[in-house]
Structures are given as structure tokens and as C-alpha cells.
Design a protein. Structure first.
Length: 181
């Protein structure tokens, strides 16, 4: 069941996160699944109340939520390496099918917990579809991409920022610490 008009503002980090019934460390509840789309409802300092698509809400450490762009990025610029969304959609479908097969085998009693863990290790997808807007997690390249139905553009990555390479006519960025450059 999806809440009517649900539009995610954030995604749970890739390793999931603990959750609480109230902004109180003594009131722990079920943790949130990795890459779960959520909507931020309220902030109290570092605490964040989130609403899940099924209507369930919880309090989390808001510092760890990954923001989902509300205004889709423009896709009219330079083409990305994965401009065509179909291959990434196919990989997401294949990953989901592999996970579903492991769940079904476990439900039939054919897999114990350790075997299920081994079978699903490394599987990672994230998909948010909101009408014509779509966000996909590309596990091979470690990034979230936005799609408008025709092409994709990167909107977030797992990578740390990289040092910029100086281009002719441009000075490189200089990192300044309390001890100097």
C-alpha cells in the first residue's frame, strides 16, 4: 500500500539505519531498509521524523539521510555515459528477480539464513518512480541517476569529491587548513 501523493525527499543510506518511535534513544523500533525512499516530515536538532511510502513513520538520525532532488536535474546538457535508461532498468529487473528467487527458495525451506545471505550478498538496487520522473541507483558506478524517460543524468554519487585537475586558464582549487595551504 502506498500513501496517496507520496513523494520521497530522501533515501535511507546504503547500509540501512536504526529507527526510533520517538526522538528518544530508549524507544528503538525496527530499523529502516537500505535505500528505502522516505519523506522528511519534521526535524528536531539531529533527529528527523520520516514517512515511508506505506504510511509508517519513524525517527532517525537525520544527518545520514541521502537527499533526493525535488526538482529533477536538467537532462539537456552533455550526454552521460549511460544516456539510455534501458540497460540500467534491465539490471535493476535482473537484480530484483535474483532477490525474489532467493526469497522464494528460502520460503520453501530450500535455503537457510546463511545460504540466503550468501545468495543475496552484493545485490543492490534502488528505484523511485514518481510519474514521469525516475531515480535509479546504479550500483556498478556507485551513483543515483535521474531519468525523464529518454535519458539519464547523475544526481548523486557514492564517491568522495575528487581533486579537480587544473585546466588551461584556470587555477586549481587550493585547500587551506589552519596550518596554511
Amino acid at each position: 500500500m502506498t500513501t496517496e501523493g507520496f513523494r520521497p525527499t530522501h533515501v535511507v543510506p546504503q547500509h540501512g539505519m536504526p529507527a526510533w518511535e520517538e526522538p528518544d534513544p530508549a524507544r528503538a523500533t525496527v530499523p529502516l531498509d537500505p535505500l528505502l525512499p522516505v519523506r522528511l516530515v519534521e526535524r528536531r536538532g539531529e533527529w528527523a521524523q520520516v514517512l515511508c511510502s506505506n504510511g509508517w513513520s519513524a525517527w532517525v538520525d537525520g544527518r545520514h539521510l541521502v537527499a533526493v532532488p525535488q526538482d529533477p536535474p536538467a537532462t539537456g546538457g552533455p550526454q552521460d555515459r549511460t544516456a539510455d535508461p534501458r540497460p540500467l532498468l534491465a539490471r535493476a529487473e535482473q537484480t530484483l528477480a535474483r532477490y525474489r528467487a532467493a526469497v522464494e527458495e528460502r520460503a520453501r525451506g530450500g535455503l537457510d539464513g546463511e545460504s540466503f545471505h550468501g545468495r543475496t550478498r552484493g545485490l543492490r538496487i534502488g528505484v523511485v518512480v514518481d510519474g514521469e520522473n525516475m531515480w535509479l541507483y546504479d550500483g556498478e558506478q556507485g551513483r543515483w541517476v535521474y531519468g525523464d524517460g529518454t535519458r539519464l543524468s547523475t544526481c548523486a554519487t557514492d564517491d568522495e569529491p575528487r581533486a579537480a585537475t587544473a585546466q588551461p586558464g584556470h587555477a586549481p582549487t587550493q585547500v587551506v587548513t589552519p596550518d596554511g595551504p
